[in-house]
Design a binder for this molecule. Structure first.
Ligand code: ADP
Ligand code: MG
Length: 393
């Protein structure tokens, strides 16, 4: 188990880092007492190391039951489960769970413990020395985009729903488990927050390459986050297991087609990422910088606003030059309504964000929430028109 974060994907080769292990289910069945049909009926499933696999399907079809059998919160009635080369079906559930991160709705945090204590729980149980635990807590809070100085000693109730969910992810990753199980983790937050959490998960996964199994009832979320999607029907019967592109192009059954929904343009909006657009590079200023200097630099670059970064390099506001002109120094004020998307955001997300903020553009975050550029509504419309022409021609 490492206590430092691994190196990101090699930007030169684009090769994605993999720290996860494969998961293999063989004939896994769960019969709850008093039920006439198994909740999960003889499921065979292989999940490749480092992939994010999304579970979708109607309510009650057995997604949660299947997920909880992987970390043995539920004991299978029969069948075998392998992590990597190991058959874990008979392994002690407590030991197993320390190797599998688990994230549920609303983070599942302990309300009477600080954020730091919550995140450090598994490492402490594993007997890590105190300084190593402390360093790990800060490293993980940073990874999920929370300033450790600000959030380490707060209690969950002092955090927004989205921040609690971030802490939940940090806690699940604390002991660097190869596998992460997530059960509708972003189901309880508003759409814009959900989108940011999704973007963050994509970025984290880019860095870490875990094997992630993620249950959702939102097909758009499945398309956005999944390397592959499993579509289940009752009894966790696998209807289709394929890439999002393949499922959208050729749904296996009418029921999947209904689920996938309408409209080629809409699908394209969901499949196309902000990272595929050309982003605008704009003038930036740090909180505390001289305002007149920032104005001069923006004018020279032909920009009519500047993006203000905080001490960690994260964008916090984007005042117009008229607004900057009224300032002496650039303030550290955080604009709560700043429209923000990630490189992994879909064009659909980006449009939603802009509409919600009534703005014609959004700032785009790259690694660790630092600025990657700015995307405009025009760039998105142009991309949609390009796809329309391609689909039509
Ligand atoms: P999903 O997560 O896809 O909504 P679940 O795995 O929660 O589905 O449930 C699958 C089926 O098993 C449902 O019919 C549900 O009522 C039943 N079930 C789930 N948990 C229990 C339990 N603890 N005892 C009895 N039946 C259960
Ligand atoms: Mg469920």
């Amino acid at each position: 188990m490492s206590d430092t974060l691994p190196a990101p994907a090699d930007p030169a080769t684009g090769a994605r880092r993999v720290s996860g292990v494969p998961i293999r289910l063989e004939g896994v069945t769960k019969r709850y007492p008093g039920q006439d049909r198994p909740a999960v009926d003889d499921v065979d499933l292989e999940i490749a190391a480092g992939e994010t696999v999304m579970f979708v399907g109607p309510s009650g079809c057995g997604k949660t039951t299947l997920l909880k059998m992987v970390n043995r919160l539920i004991e299978p009635s029969s069948g075998r489960i392998h992590l990597g080369d190991e058959d874990v079906t008979a392994q002690d559930p407590d030991t197993l769970r320390r190797r599998i991160g688990y994230v549920i709705q609303a983070g599942g945090l302990f309300p009477h413990m600080t954020v730091g204590t919550n995140v450090g729980m598994v490492p402490r149980m594993l007997g890590w020395e105190r300084p190593r635990v402390t360093a790990r807590i800060d490293e993980l809070l940073d990874l999920v985009g929370l300033d450790p100085e600000v959030y380490r000693d707060r209690y969950p109730r002092e955090l927004s729903g989205g921040q609690q969910q971030r802490v939940g992810v940090a806690r699940a990753l604390a002991a660097d488990p190869p596998v992460l199980l997530m059960d509708e983790p972003f189901g309880a937050v508003d759409p814009i927050t959900r989108q940011r959490l999704q973007d963050e998960l994509l970025r984290i996964q880019e860095e870490l390459g875990k094997t992630i199994v993620f249950v959702t009832h939102d097909f758009d979320e499945a398309v956005k986050l999944g390397d592959r999607i499993v579509v289940f029907d009752v009894g966790a019967r696998i209807v289709q297991y394929d890439t999002p592109e393949a499922i959208l192009a050729d749904p296996a059954e009418e029921y999947v087609a209904d689920f996938v929904g309408a409209g080629a343009t809409l699908k394209q909006l969901t499949l196309t990422r902000v990272s595929s657009l050309e982003l605008r590079q704009v003038t930036t200023a740090r909180a505390g910088d001289d305002a007149a200097d920032a104005t001069a630099r923006a004018r020279a670059a032909g920009d009519d606003y500047v993006v203000v970064l905080d001490h960690r390099g994260q964008p916090i506001s984007w005042p117009t030059l008229a607004e900057v002109g009224r300032m002496g120094t650039i303030p550290a004020t955080v604009d709560r309504r700043l429209p923000v998307v990630g490189l992994g955001s879909t064009l659909n997300d980006a449009l939603d964000t802009m509409l919600a903020a009534s703005q014609g553009g959004a700032v785009v975050l790259g690694r660790r929430d630092t600025l990657a550029g700015v995307v405009s509504i025009e760039a998105i419309m142009a991309a949609i028109q390009r796809t329309r022409r391609e689909t039509a021609g």
